[in-house]
Design a protein around this ligand. Sequence first.
Ligand SMILES: *Cc1c(COP(=O)(O)O)cnc(C)c1O
Length: 377
Amino acid sequence: MKAEERLSFLDLTEQYKNIQKEINKAIEGVLKRGKFILGEEVFRFEEEVADYLGVKYAVGLACGTDALKISLRGLDIGKGDEVITTPFTFIATAEAIIEVGAKPIFVDIEPETYNIDPAKIEEKITNRTKAIVPVHLYGQPAKMDAIIKIANRYKLHIIEDAAQAFGAEYNGRKVGSFGSAAIFSFFPSKILAAYGDAGMLVTNNKKLYQKAKKLRLHGATKRYYHTLYGYNSRLDELQAAILRRKLRYVNKWIDARRKIAEYYNKSFFDLKNEITIPFTHSNCRHVYNVYTIRLKLRSVLYDYLKKEGIPAAIYYPRPLHLQPVFRDLGYIRGDFPISERCSKEVLSLPIYPELTENKQNLIIDKIASFIKKKYRE
Ligand SMILES: *Cc1c(COP(=O)(O)O)cnc(C)c1O
């Protein structure tokens, strides 16, 4: 393979080349000002994100996982409480629920979107249920209308896990503004990518906002006066400086991702009996943080692509209810059949704004030749 055709699942170096001057200048600015914790860059970035999303408040935190914990703690969810979420997500979603002392109650997903199935939520609600945490998986919003209806009926909080869905829209409105709180991650593989760990909590609730600001500072109300058990969880000033500059490009990058996804979709049309392409509801704007197909011979294709030098990924090979660490929750195989089936059939392909059409064609050709060989001969 020629050097320019060498493929990685995610390549952030191309993007850096395009914005190098601005990024370097932003970093240098922070170094010269010499303020590294909760400086001007963090506060400006918080305002800019709140503006972008159409929410009142944003709190910059060390990572998305902390944002989940701080949302839960900020809404007084803890010991004895139950929180409904999906088992088909990154472990952080459930980990944070357990970390604050509450219990994750899983609800299976819709096979089309891989998001929590609202029709299965109600049967899991008890008098201990305090919140629903929908995950906008891969960058596609969960069915918020139905989830909001249930939350209102039972007076539950909604905390959107929008870690993969920065900029995604539902009914023309950005995700992050539908619940009591929402969380974003700026981990390098996400839509808006820091050069390290970073995260954010957003909300329209002033009390939650004020509490979250204390929780990220060891529960301090003023200096060395602590009213809450808190965390050390600040968004780093250097990362904030970087993210502020990148925010200016994020719409362009999302458009590029959507174009790449469209091209994959079009190219896989001839393979539609073997490969299921991502389904999107017409009222959703999917941002394709991850582009995921589904097929019966997933594992065979994954191995084949690996051998051919095409990197692919599996999000996620084991649903959370079957993770050894969550054994005590008492779930068994068969509890969430759709999540279990999808974990065996999903395959995610490279997608990032700078992925060239040549590289994309290479990936598509390999998959097409695999399908012809395995299914059609
Ligand atoms: C990435 C991710 C998180 C956690 O974010 P970090 O910044 O890595 O802590 C939480 N939930 C989902 C769905 C994620 O993809």
